[in-house]
Design a protein around this ligand. Sequence first.
Ligand code: BES
Ligand code: MN
Ligand code: ZN
Length: 486
Amino acid sequence: MDFRHHISSLQALAGTPCDALVLIVTGAAADASLDAPLASALTDALAEGDLTLKAGKTLYLHRPAGVKAPRVVFAATGPDTLKAFRAAVVAGINAVKGSGARHVVVALAGAGRLTDAHAEAVVTAARECTYLYRHTKPSAAAASKLDTVTLVCAKADAKAVQLGLARGHAVAAGVALARESANRPANHCTPTYLAEQAKKLGKEFGLKVEVLDRKDCEKLGMGSFLAVAQGSTEPLRFIVARYDGAAKSQAPVVLVGKGITFDTGGISLKPSAEMDEMKYDMGGAASVLGTLRAVAELKPKLNLVCIIPSCENMPAGNAVKPGDVVTSMSGQTIEILNTDAEGRLILCDALTYAERFKPSVVVDVATLTGACVVALGHHHSGLFTADDKVAEQMLAASRAGLDPCWRMPLDEEYDEGLKSNFADMGNIGGRAGGAITAAMFLRRFTGKYPWAHLDVAGTAWKSGAAKGATGRPVALLTHFVLAQAA
Ligand code: BES
Ligand code: MN
Ligand code: ZN
């Protein structure tokens, strides 16, 4: 899909040639800025009650008089916020994406100015609502015909809009990559497949990609990661991909993504209901790859290292058992009390491995705990960090990328549940505050650099009728990484 900007006054919209016109309506006086045919249609629709200025409301007009575009959609934002603007673009494009329309023109009716954030939102919104999973369902309804989106802006805003379109393109491509790999079932999306995806990115963008196998991990002493992988016949992969955009001497940002391509729970087997959803347990890894793609496309002046420990968590005769004690790469021993708390076991060795890059900051991303879903639901990802500066940067990135996260506590008291009589720590605490205990476990491996953890168990995918991966938190991570260059 192509995204462009077009410098024009709103007074010329009725004469603009395109297949569909999506007009985002923010305020009551929006009609005053439009040219006569569109203004009268809008005034009339508002007066008759066919359209109200509430969030999510749209009105579709087919071949309205005096307008060149055969399709016009008015999409109301409700509140005048970036989030509401993006939601209105989604609603507007959803109204025309199934029609024959190829070229859609989007404009903001009213006096409001367009920023880079608006332009980014138009791109990510359009890509989000036209994404279609087809890999194992080629019979899926034909993809949308939409191939070009033009954003109308004033001359004074054109520079910002262009910047935003480019950033949106990169973020949207990263989100699409993350969604596609997470949606693929575990017999397609294996650790080997993830490694191939990383190598493909490496070729396309000139990145250094290294893939370690079991023997390599044994040499490194990754006893914890190896313990999770040992019950599966699917070979593990430990993926390290680097984007070098600055001098070697500059400390890199490191992203670590949980890459469990299927989580049965292992010997601590999960119930069978909805176990299929555990194919998304590599959502963290997918979002790290998506972010790498976005960053590689935008080429900021910084260094980025992406680390993905990837394997399956399976029950088997040779699988790790509750009570087994393993030695992590850090030298600390772990009593594996529950084999279903496997995410932290693969991440801890990756976090130790990250030390060799002397990072400026490390962020790990994982579908780590059901407890995080209970705590925050499906809207905010859980943010855990002891570093107030990193917390503020993450929260700012989540606002800028419209990809919300919420800071959770990391007080010392939460560490107590991890005590073990047989090892330096157990891998689980009690049920209460489970997302925090998991973060406290990871924290024990992150003493050498500033660190943040994102629990995306509730946000990386959706259940129910719209079941599928969301591509979160690619937008958050991309904004966070880009801000490290500024
Ligand atoms: N992958 C799951 C977490 C998860 C659960 C993600 C539900 C999305 C939806 C993780 O490996 C897991 O099983 N965690 C356990 C930890 C527990 C045994 C301490 C959990 O949350 O139940
Ligand atoms: Mn698990
Ligand atoms: Zn898991």
